[in-house]
Design a protein around this ligand. Structure first.
Ligand code: GLU
Length: 355
């Protein structure tokens, strides 16, 4: 009798455990990891080598190197590309944006993590910030040390990126980058150091928050339009308008403005000095470009502060757009998307204020 009771109690306990395990498994968010390459998937010749080949390790190898990841979320992984991000291009951007939108439409997908090289991470993050049509979290992550290095930062960064994407608090905040325990907004993202693990900053607005004990702790929300609130839609696009960036400096000539126009650019972003200023020679060529129907956005090569309207250059007189706080690399992304809708400088100016 006693043995039978004991058996049935054990049986009930096992059942209860099974039910709770299944519930926990069902309760875990599903996160897709889309891999594109970069140092995070890089392999060095030795574990201290500064030189290495980016984009070698596959997404499955990356995921397997992160202890405890399966406790945070149910992980599904896809390899979208495996390149150094210096080779990131419109084709991969469009493929990525379309795949992210497709996945996030599925009710059983809770968020996306994208592994990416750090060189152009700010451009891809901003492109997705403007083209993802969902409030579900999208987090980009990279690393500064290859997977074979001592104290490789990739596994911890992947863990925190997944934990951030899996958290309900992360909804509706725009595309983010999680690296070195910081949560950064795509609206003000820039790489500030060529080798340090703490390379990414939001230099104008400050980080959105931090990752602490595997949980996001937010301290700001962006007021800029993004993702579910963006007017840009790449669903039916197979290419993007060509936009070039031209730098200004002492003695800069009009050579590269003319080259961009002659090469068929639909838009030019200038990385000007100070508050988006350029040499007189460049400015004249920019005014000529506008007359030929090329959209011109004035940005600044300085990391913080605006390239503001109503300063030394009368933008309305020439039909230029001022980029405000959007750096030249992000300005190029926004102008490409703006040109899919209009090339009216006032309408483009509105976008540079709103996004
Ligand atoms: N240049 C490579 C890339 O951006 C490696 C740099 C990195 O990921 O940190 O993909």
């Amino acid at each position: 009798m006693k043995t039978r009771n004991l058996r049935s109690i054990c049986g009930m306990l096992i059942m209860a455990l099974l039910v709770s395990f299944t519930a926990a498994a069902q309760g875990k968010p599903t996160i897709y990891i889309l891999a594109t390459g970069g140092t995070i998937a890089g392999q060095g010749a030795t574990n201290i080598a500064a030189g290495y080949k980016a984009g070698v390790i596959t997404v499955d190898q990356l995921v397997n190197a992160v202890p405890g990841l399966d406790q945070v979320a149910t992980i599904k992984a896809e390899q979208v590309a495996n390149i150094g991000s210096q080779d990131m291009n419109d084709e991969v951007w469009l493929k990525l944006a379309k795949r992210v939108n497709e996945l996030l439409k599925q009710p059983d997908v809770d968020g996306i993590v994208i592994t990416h090289g750090t060189d152009t991470q700010e451009e891809t993050a901003y492109f997705l910030n403007l083209t993802v049509k969902s409030d579900k979290p999208v987090v980009l992550v990279g690393s500064m040390r290859p997977s074979t290095a001592i104290s490789a930062d990739g596994p911890r960064n992947i863990y925190t990126a997944v934990a951030c994407a899996a958290d309900k608090e992360s909804k509706g905040r725009g595309v983010m980058v999680v690296m070195d325990d910081k949560i950064l907004g795509a609206d003000d993202l820039t790489k500030t150091n060529t080798i340090y693990v703490e390379t990414f900053q939001n230099p104008n607005y400050g980080p959105l928050g931090i990752m602490y004990n595997g949980k996001p702790v937010y301290s700001r929300t962006t007021l800029k339009r993004h993702t579910y609130n963006s007017e840009f839609d790449v669903t039916n696009l197979t290419a993007l308008p060509r936009v070039e960036i031209v730098l200004s400096y002492s003695n800069a000539t009009d050579l590269f403005i003319h080259s961009a126009v002659n090469a068929g650019a639909k838009g030019i972003v200038t990385a000007g000095v100070g508050n988006g200023n350029v040499t007189t020679l460049m400015q004249n060529a920019m005014a000529e470009a506008v007359k030929k129907g090329v959209a011109v956005v004035r940005s600044s090569r300085i990391m913080t502060g605006p390239a503001a309207q109503w300063d030394e250059i009368d933008d309305d007189k020439y039909g230029f757009t001022a980029s405000w706080f959007i750096n030249p690399y992000r300005a190029r992304v926004l102008l490409m998307l703006a040109l899919t809708k209009t090339n009216d400088y006032k309408e483009i100016q509105r976008m540079f204020v709103e996004y």
